[in-house]
Design a protein around this ligand. Structure first.
Ligand SMILES: C[S@@+](CC[C@H](N)C(=O)[O-])C[C@H]1O[C@@H](n2cnc3c(N)ncnc32)[C@H](O)[C@@H]1O
Length: 230
């Protein structure tokens, strides 16, 4: 962008959420407004709610990410929640996993433009063997608007390391999804699914997240309790 054709005002809460990194978040928003819409990665009607509904809604996830963690964001699309998270938390390594070529090109451009040295872009589907091999495992796997919870658990839990967790950004029906897909979550190796809210006290509408731990099973074969990955 040689000149910013359009810009949206930065809400005060963005400075609280992004701290010293707010300039980079603003640059991402400007890039989305001026390039993302024509490239089809964000709808024109989203512009007025880019900060609240997309950028801040994603960035507040950072309160649930441990220091220096490795994160895989499955189905990043235009970069959510992975890019705002990587901007807010330069200590965290973020892998963006996305199958669509057009979106992969966009994500590479964003990473280059914002000089996000903590982000890697990988093309593939979470359930594919080759993609799984390439991305490995992470402390936390994130996903927003990618699939129903049961399917998401099946796709994403194999990417979660032992004792790690899946954070699925969901809407108000998150609790119902947990009940409906409980069996699928269990058989995918997930346990203790709960709804948590991120951004409380900062966002008008905190982000609703389903947190699922990766199951570790108890192995008594050695005469003592030992936690072991399935
Ligand atoms: C509705 S978009 C959401 C994009 C972004 N997470 C957001 O919230 O704006 C769903 C994205 O998931 C990707 N996707 C669908 N199936 C996938 C899979 N099996 N593995 C990884 N990504 C997938 C799609 O290509 C698409 O970019």
């Amino acid at each position: 962008m040689s000149a910013v054709e359009h810009s949206v005002p930065t809400p005060d809460v963005a400075r609280r959420v992004f701290g010293d990194h707010v300039d980079r978040a603003e640059e991402f928003v400007d890039f989305l407004v001026n390039r993302g819409v024509v490239r089809g990665v964000i709808g024109p009607r989203e512009i007025d709610r880019l900060w609240g509904r997309h950028v801040l809604n994603s960035a507040v996830l950072s309160e649930r990410i441990p220091d220096a963690a490795r994160v895989i964001d499955v189905g990043s699309g235009g970069g959510f929640p992975g890019i705002p998270l990587a901007i807010a938390r330069p200590d965290v390594d973020v892998v963006l996993l996305e199958p669509m070529a057009r979106r992969i090109d966009w994500l590479h451009e964003v990473v280059d433009r914002l000089e996000l040295s903590n982000v890697t872009v990988v093309r593939g589907r979470a359930e594919e063997k080759a993609a799984r091999k390439e991305v490995g495992t992470a402390d936390v796997v994130t996903a927003r608007a990618v699939a129903p919870l049961g399917k998401l658990a099946r796709w994403c839990l194999p990417l979660v390391r032992r004792d790690g967790e899946l954070l699925a950004l969901k809407g108000e029906s998150a609790g119902e999804e947990i009940e409906r897909d409980a069996q699928q979550i269990r058989s995918a190796g997930g346990f203790d699914p709960v709804v948590v809210r991120c951004g409380e006290g900062a966002l008008e509408r905190p982000t609703t997240v389903v947190r699922i731990h990766k199951r570790v099973r108890v192995d008594q074969s050695q005469g003592q309790f030992r936690r072991k990955c399935p």
